[in-house]
Design a protein around this ligand. Structure first.
Ligand code: FEO
Length: 423
């Protein structure tokens, strides 16, 4: 464990703390994080000291946080306010211990947040008492806390970004927005050479593009269900001067905060009537290769129309990455065989997630083979009904596709590509 990271100064009264979670296989227990994820907290230090957001006890993250606080001369007991923008356990897992250690710190959160504070601090066995000893101050939009010397925290409720209790905190003197999950991404921010890296201006353009890609995957996995709320939240800050975007996962954007804000505006638009990328995401699974042979003809047709195509095989490509790529694409090809009268099960799972995340606005083509009987079509048609996609006429064949099948499939690919180009 590297405990020797220092807090990173944003201004002389605002500091970023972070723990890179490198070895955990999953976020939320099932989204793979091969590049890790960061947990960020912030110290705002004036006459009084506020800690903004917390960690879960994950790979010694609280120890790293305390060590970084020490680097700016702050002990947990010096904290007057613990601001909890969001209570999901990646930010509140350490809360129970924090309350034991810092009984004098006042917890600041929304009304719904206050209810969750008690739920996440309950005693879990007979030998333990409930830790409800710390005061909780409920805040709403428009409320503020003056830390002294012009350093003031302003609170804005931003429900459902990502849970209903969520708020964001804005410090007026530094013009830093503490946005919690919003504007966040997967990916460790530190590197081997620079473990304390956290700012956008410490990254190359290539690294920023990597974080934007991980931000989109994070968005498609975690936030996409709530895009309408994301738009409302961003609108609430439309007349606020934001010099720094300080999320609880991923980079702190101080050089170009507009970049991640504009990314999130675009992401929120992908499933709420905004423009999708004029590209096609092909998602395919095949038991014995017969569906794949037909799919190759579709791909040939798409390529002849010059439309960018991204091809993902399932289940070998985890659904997290499928969502990340499919979310932004205007065109979708779903290629799968019939399995026991229904869809190929890995594809049924993908479509279930598309529905949960409201992946709307697509132009879609479904194709596939069947062995002794079909049936995927019926289940597929029911599954995509809520999504209201524009469908190219689907195509199925028994066993291997013949030359005529391949001609038709190629033309269906061309037709989808033309529609994507002209959308
Ligand atoms: Fe990073 Fe919704 O928690």
């Amino acid at each position: 464990m590297n405990k020797n990271l220092n807090a990173k100064e944003i201004t002389s009264w605002v500091y970023a703390l972070h723990a890179d979670i490198k070895d955990a296989p999953y976020f939320e227990g099932f989204w793979p994080i091969p590049h890790g994820v960061s947990l960020n907290s912030y110290i705002v230090k004036s006459d009084k000291v506020a800690l903004i957001d917390l960690y879960r006890d994950w790979e010694d993250a609280p120890e790293k946080m305390k060590s970084q606080m020490s680097s700016i001369g702050i002990d947990l007991c010096d904290i007057h306010y613990l601001v909890l923008n969001h209570l999901e356990s990646d930010h509140s897992g350490f809360l129970k211990d924090f309350r034991k250690m810092c009984p004098n710190a006042k917890i600041v959160t929304t009304k719904k947040g206050a209810e969750l504070v008690e739920k996440f601090c309950k005693a879990v066995n007979d030998n333990e008492k409930d830790f409800q000893n710390t005061a909780v101050q409920v805040v709403k939009t428009g409320d503020s806390i003056d830390l002294g010397q012009g350093v003031v925290l302003h609170f804005t409720e931003t429900p459902n970004v990502h849970w209903p209790e969520t708020m964001m905190t804005y410090e007026e003197k530094s013009k830093v927005l503490f946005s919690c999950d919003a504007f966040g991404s997967y990916g460790c921010v530190g590197t081997k050479e620079n473990p304390s890296r956290i700012f956008d201006d410490e990254c190359t353009e290539e690294e920023l593009i990597f974080f934007e890609k991980e931000a989109l995957r994070y968005y498609a996995n975690i936030v996409a269900s709530f895009s309408h709320f994301v738009k409302q939240a961003i609108d609430k800050f439309s007349s606020t001067q934001i010099k720094v975007v300080a999320p609880s996962h991923g980079l702190v954007w101080r050089k170009n905060p507009k970049r991640i804000i504009n990314d999130y505006i675009r992401y929120a638009g992908y499933n709420t009537g905004g423009e999708l990328e004029k590209e096609i995401c092909v998602i395919w699974g095949s038991m014995y290769g017969n569906t794949k042979i037909g799919l190759d003809a579709v791909i040939e047709g798409i390529k002849e129309e010059g439309v960018n195509v991204n091809i993902l095989e399932i289940p070998s490509t985890n659904a997290s990455f499928v969502l990340g790529e499919a979310y932004k694409a205007k065109g979708i090809v779903l290629a799968m065989p019939t399995y026991e009268y229904k869809m190929y099960p890995p594809m049924a799972y993908i479509l279930n997630l598309f529905n949960r995340k409201h992946f709307s606005g697509k132009k879609a083509l479904r194709i596939g083979s069947w062995g002794w009987i079909g049936g995927a079509k019926r289940e597929y048609d029911e599954a995509v009904l809520p999504l209201k996609w524009e469908e190219i006429e689907s195509y199925e064949w028994q066993g291997l596709p013949c030359a005529e099948d391949k001609t038709t499939l190629k033309e269906r690919g061309r037709e989808l590509a033309r529609q994507v180009k002209n959308s």
